[in-house]
Design a protein around this ligand. Sequence first.
Ligand code: COA
Length: 261
Amino acid sequence: MIDELKTLLVDTENRIATITVNRPDKLNALKNNVLDDFRDVFRSIQDDEDVGGVVITGAGHKAFVAGADIGELNHLKQKSGERASQKGQSVFSWIESTGKPVIAAVEGYALGGGCELAMACHLRVASVTAKFGFPELRLGLIPGYGGTQRLARLVGKGRALEMILDGSPIDAGKALEFGLVNRVVKEGQAVAASREWMSKILTNGPIAMDKAIQAVHAAYPNRAQGFQEEARLFGLLCGTEEFKEGTDAFLQKRKPQFQNK
Ligand code: COA
């Protein structure tokens, strides 16, 4: 396993690698270097015979991941915004296409990029404290790390638009009803329950698991166009006053004042 990670903790036990996003003071918000670390760690896990499956979680009790880092987003312009979206998409697609099962263990907030990360995992276990949501529109943005595509596929178009347009987070019970999570467990139990579930999953044939993941993903061909469009629109928004106002307002801890078109 690689040992130069700045933002992730990795602990491997019983063939299960538990990856913890480790920025609890910023609710584990995804800075660019967190994405780099994810890419490196998944590259290494892919070839690591000691790892059969992966559990992803966030440090602290308050959040899984509260989204992309808004301080970093604030500086994006149209081109750099489109590239940032493409990078998030590509790292999360890398996670999704790993031939080993990946479970998101969610306690607390999984917002924006955090919910997108959870959706890139193959399975999701939430504790009763979990809150899933897409607050991007309040920032003058849209989900840009594959979220518009994966959410619609997981919960259906109507519920996806409900979550994105309304922006209010949903609790674990509603996420279960929506099909956004697979299991809900007691507070503080998401990681333990995910590891336990993974131990059972890992009794299956590893080659067959890899092929099962590939085959299920093959049910959704022609994904490139949707991802491309998401990145283009994300970039376009990064060039607007609305985005500047939305992200400035968050950083200045005030409500955004959006102008009518
Ligand atoms: N990017 C950067 N910093 C973030 C962040 C994000 N997405 N989410 C939280 N933080 C930081 C806060 O700025 C704060 O930092 P500070 O202590 O230096 O001021 C710290 O994490 C704690 O967050 P805070 O807002 O004080 O906690 P809270 O309990 O009052 O609210 C949330 C929790 C999740 C409701 C709130 O942090 C929030 O709305 N975060 C942004 C969510 C979002 O829009 N995500 C989508 C991004 S694309």
